[in-house]
Design a protein around this ligand. Structure first.
Ligand SMILES: [Zn+2]
Length: 116
């Protein structure tokens, strides 16, 4: 099982129509093994306004893609890489780049605030 992609990760699409497109993960559908990535897999939904003021017509949205079709971008390598995992001295499990060995930080929102 590949290391997990989390929300706000920057990923690159490695296969299909959007191959090479980089974007930020906006949603992770864990049970489906899919992720929604900004700018990737654009679909157009034709909608009717149900209430005044609601958008009608063609609404673009990003459809989920399989996790296996994206690779997390390593900040050091500047490309999509395979991830490994290791434990730090304090027991924290981190993701590492299999190419350069750098730790790939989880996006800010997941970090527990240290103050208070
Ligand atoms: Zn790397």
């Amino acid at each position: 099982m590949a290391a997990r992609v989390v929300k706000n990760d920057t990923v690159v699409v490695v296969t299909g129509r959007d191959r090479g497109t980089e974007g930020k993960v906006t949603r992770v559908l864990v049970d489906q093994g899919r992720v929604v990535v900004e700018g990737v897999n654009t679909r157009i939904r034709h909608v009717k306004a149900k209430q005044p003021g609601q958008p009608a017509g063609r609404v673009e949205f990003f459809a989920p893609v399989a996790v296996s079709n994206v690779a997390v971008v390593c900040p050091s390598c500047k490309r999509g890489v395979r991830l490994g995992a290791k434990f730090l001295a304090d027991g924290t499990k981190v993701r590492v780049c299999r190419s350069c060995g750098d730790v790939i930080e989880k996006p800010e929102w997941q970090k527990v605030p240290s103050n208070g």
